[in-house]
Design a protein around this ligand. Structure first.
Ligand code: F3S
Length: 405
């Protein structure tokens, strides 16, 4: 692999042990995947933030790296942590968990990372531009950045993304190269897609069929392809099939690059039943009682919060209703009076975390409803709750009744 003099010096330890270690990781990844050189990155999103997943070994690893002088050299944000950083106590997170989670964040802060803990950095001022090389480590955000924004990132793991932030570069392979951004599958969608959950069900179906591939979708109404729809679609595709890039005809920026779509393997989606059935499948268990309704996977936008506030007007929820969102979005919702309206109905806007990385067992939830394909995909395995998947209307109804209809 070709390295510049500066990169070689980093690898030889001229900038300290923390940087040397980071460069060693970046170069090792590049060597494994056959990269010719490194590309400068404009932004990094680090995943692997929750203490629930990191444990003490992960915390020690981060502390040691920070103590070795590792500091990020490009803007870097974090994926959701295991708790709401400001309101964990009132939400019922255990104090010992909170202390360990805070220690993880302290290690990241020592490396110069902002504790913006969200899977939608693109909603809070960190939207890369088309063609930018970035190193992102959150599957839904990766799909959004590659597909909707036209930026370039591989599916980075936690240490790989952090290493890229410390050296300001990533190895140029995979989706950083034009030839790997070409679609292999043509997906003809011939059924109506209306609710956010429809986008999740469609994403589940496509991801399942193209596993690891790049699909090109036809038949979607460009006017319906807004931020909320596309983040739901990409998140579910990434969950069921590790899809990191998709194209939608007439919508996504690289869909008009003149791909030879007539040569692609073609598939039809005529119904969303397969997605709804799988995401409500026997693996979820069936319990009509709902003690948690979760909206905001990926983290909610202000528009989604406003819609929920409108639909809950003069209604009161019986089950817990958690809308997860970046803390900047929560602050804006508060400034616009939306937070007060949601809270008047008994709901909460929860920041910095999500149900897949929070210690749900300790919070006492056992049965959940969500409108997120990704949330429903991981609910049973990661949150260990019986999971119901449906439209926003169904979920809010379940929150009000405390029961899935
Ligand atoms: Fe985000 Fe958590 Fe869903 S990280 S995409 S809210 S599983």
């Amino acid at each position: 692999m070709r390295l510049t003099d500066e990169e070689r010096a980093m690898l030889e330890g001229a900038q300290g042990e923390g940087v040397r270690k980071a460069m060693e990781i970046v170069v090792a990844l590049g060597t494994i995947y056959g990269a010719q050189d490194l590309a400068p990155v404009s932004h990094v999103q680090v995943s692997g933030v929750s203490y629930k997943n990191l444990g003490d070994a992960g915390l020690e690893f981060l502390r040691e790296w920070a103590a070795q002088g590792a500091r990020v050299r490009v803007p870097t944000t974090l994926n959701p942590a295991g708790m709401d950083l400001r309101h964990w106590r009132e939400l019922g997170f255990p104090a010992d968990f909170a202390a360990q989670q805070q220690a993880v964040l302290d290690a990241f802060t020592a490396m110069g990372i902002e504790t913006t803990c969200t899977c939608t950095p693109y909603l809070v001022g960190y939207a890369p531009r088309r063609g930018d090389h970035i190193a992102w480590g959150e599957s839904s955000a990766i799909a959004y950045a590659n597909s909707v924004l036209g930026a370039r990132t591989n599916r980075e793991g936690g240490p790989g993304a952090l290493a890229a932030a410390i050296v300001g570069r990533t190895a140029r392979y995979g989706l950083h190269l034009d030839e790997n951004r070409v679609p292999q599958f043509l997906v003809n969608v011939r059924c109506p897609i209306r609710d956010t959950s429809d986008w999740g069900a469609l994403g589940y179906i496509v991801g399942n069929r193209v596993a690891n591939g790049v699909p090109y979708l036809l038949g979607l109404d460009p006017a319906a392809c807004d931020v909320v729809s596309l983040k739901a679609l990409g998140a579910a595709m990434a969950a069921s099939g590790a899809v990191a890039l998709y194209h939608i005809e007439g919508v996504t920026p690289e869909s008009n690059l003149g791909f030879q779509i007539s040569n692609l393997k073609e598939m039809l989606v005529e119904s969303l039943d397969e997605g709804y059935t799988a995401l409500n499948g026997p693996v979820s268990g069936y319990r009509p009682t709902i003690d948690l309704v979760w909206i905001g996977c990926p983290h909610a936008s202000l528009d989604e919060i406003e819609l929920i506030a409108d639909r809950l007007e003069r209604r009161r929820v019986r089950a817990a209703l958690w809308i997860t969102a970046a803390h900047q979005v929560r602050d804006k919702a508060e400034a616009r009076g939306l937070l007060a309206r949601i809270e008047a109905s008994g709901g909460r806007i929860v920041s910095d975390t999500c149900l897949v990385v929070a210690p749900v067992e300790a919070l006492g939830f056992t049965s959940m409803a969500t409108n997120s394909g990704k949330g429903a995909f991981y609910g049973p395995s990661h949150a260990r709750v019986a999971t119901h998947f449906g439209t926003l209307e169904q979920c809010l109804e379940a929150a009000v009744r405390g029961e899935w209809q």
